[in-house]
Design a protein around this ligand. Structure first.
Ligand SMILES: *[C@@H]1O[C@H](CO)[C@@H](O)[C@H](O)[C@H]1NC(C)=O
Ligand SMILES: *[C@@H]1O[C@H](CO)[C@@H](O)[C@H](O)[C@H]1NC(C)=O
Length: 298
């Protein structure tokens, strides 16, 4: 074997040398590209996900986040960001704005520059969709001297057909609301910089890198979709610092680490319990059979 490898290397060596001297880039496929246009300056394409709708009619989507998209008139803001659904066609201009996040209550929130569409993930064919606005702000005592503004962030869950259909759907996925505020606690959670579903689809995860003075936090919540799941899974939610205890010392990273900035299920580790990578410094393990948070490894 080594001899064969050696002779192969001899063959390849001149080519390798050539490659080292002249590096060029090329498109993998120039004939069958699919281009979609969005509003100029909207960061259209900041996040993308493929999604296959099964009901009521089969449909394939390219979901595109545009976190600097212009606001809807009802949002009383300039730029709020948006999520677009683009059919998988060759037409560049057939994307439609997904109908979420209408209206605003200016006495308790602001959607200006909230970055809706910063993340978008699909659970797979026929599954749910999650998208977030990590700079969504809640406010208290608006226009008074003691006004407070808290950048907690929030996420939206949508059904298969990009609509709000059942109890799991909607805009109420904001775990930092109603908790202790200030940057040392939950006042700058920025929930949704990362978000996603576990491989077994029983849980939804949210990264909130601004929690606890930017140590960051990851929350994993049960995501029941069938009566069967309701009976079988009955645990969580989990947070690294403890959902109830809220002890930031349990998060083994220094302040300003942005734990939860990126997170995704790691398919290779399926079987021994699912492993989730959480950048920048840590990996988080959950046991998919029991939903238990097993530990954190540097
Ligand atoms: C929208 O932009 C204008 C002009 O920059 C600014 O005066 C106004 O405060 C902005 N609106 C919001 C809701 O921030
Ligand atoms: C999932 O089911 C459990 C057990 O019935 C329940 O406690 C929990 O609130 C449900 N979670 C969601 C997100 O519906």
């Amino acid at each position: 074997m080594p001899a064969v490898l050696g002779s192969q290397l001899c063959h390849w060596f001149p080519l390798l040398l050539l490659t080292a001297l002249r590096i060029t880039a090329f498109n993998l496929d120039v004939t069958n590209t699919l281009t979609k246009d969005g509003e100029k300056g909207s960061l259209f394409g900041f996040s993308v996900a493929l999604h296959k709708q099964l009901s009521s009619e089969p449909m394939s989507w390219l979901l595109v986040g545009a976190p600097q998209a212009s606001a809807l008139p009802s949002q009383h803001a300039n730029r709020t960001g948006a999520l677009y659904g683009c059919p998988l066609t060759t037409k560049p201009k057939d994307c439609m704005r997904v109908g979420i996040d209408h209206g605003v209550d200016v006495s308790r929130e602001s959607k200006e520059n909230q970055w809706l569409g910063v993340t978008v993930k699909s659970q797979g064919p026929g599954g749910k969709i999650v998208t977030c606005a990590h700079l969504y702000e809640t406010r208290q005592r608006v226009t008074q001297l003691s006004e407070t503004r808290d950048v907690i962030g929030r996420c939206f869950v949508l059904s298969d057909n990009l609509k709000i259909n059942d109890d799991l759907d909607g805009e109420e996925w904001k775990f930092c609301e109603g908790r202790a505020l200030g940057h040392e606690r939950f006042g700058f959670c920025q929930q949704g910089v990362s978000a996603g579903f576990t491989n077994d689809n029983h849980y939804i995860m949210f990264g909130a890198p601004g929690t606890y003075n930017w140590k960051g936090e990851l929350r994993v919540e049960l995501f029941n979709q069938s009566a069967l799941a309701l009976g079988t899974y009955d645990d969580g939610p989990y947070e690294v610092a403890g959902e109830k205890s809220q002890k930031p010392e349990m998060i083994p990273v220094p302040h300003h680490s942005y734990f939860g900035m990126r997170s995704w299920p790691d398919a290779e580790e399926k079987g021994k319990g699912e492993k989730h990578r959480v950048e920048p410094y840590t990996a988080l393990y959950t046991n998919s059979a029991f939903g238990g948070l097993l530990g954190i490894k540097e």
